[in-house]
Design a protein around this ligand. Structure first.
Ligand SMILES: [Zn+2]
Length: 147
């Protein structure tokens, strides 16, 4: 008997995000160092650096007091003006998955008011796209903050 559930609208929207990693890199294992670099990369593009980064759930839970469910690959905390990001490379497994989670969590810090709306995911995709464009152009975030 299958116990698969229907994906939530947030999972569907997250699954529609597109990264710009090359095919060879996308399938590689995500490591702590790689994930931390990507989070700082997107934080800089979003104009919210510095951020405090965690790659294991126990450290993030100890810092925030928030428990991480076994199914949670990433989380952001912006309470009281702090900027904390957790992304677990072991749960993401591939760099492709971790890239999307990293941009997603930075999106929460950059646009906290829009939560998981379609507008939020539009902003996150623009963040992923501008991360690619930054290779050629001095970057500033292309998407204005929504109000
Ligand atoms: Zn989210």
């Amino acid at each position: 008997m299958t116990t698969q559930r229907q994906p939530t609208i947030t999972e569907i929207r997250h699954g529609s995000l597109r990264h710009h990693l090359g095919d060879a890199e996308a399938g590689l294992m995500a490591t702590d160092t790689w994930v931390v670099d990507r989070i700082h990369h997107y934080a800089a593009i979003a104009g919210i650096a510095p951020v405090e980064v965690f790659t294991d759930p126990a450290s993030y839970a100890a810092r925030t007091g928030r428990r991480i469910s076994p199914h949670c690959w990433g989380q952001a905390d912006w309470a009281a003006g702090r900027r904390l990001v957790y992304v677990d490379p072991g749960r993401c497994r591939t760099r492709a998955a971790a890239e999307l989670v990293a941009a997603h969590e930075i999106g929460h810090l950059r646009w906290p008011a829009v939560r998981h709306s379609s507008r939020f995911f539009h902003h996150v995709q623009a963040l992923l796209d501008s991360g690619q464009a930054r290779l050629c152009v001095t970057a500033r975030l292309l998407v204005p903050e929504s109000r």
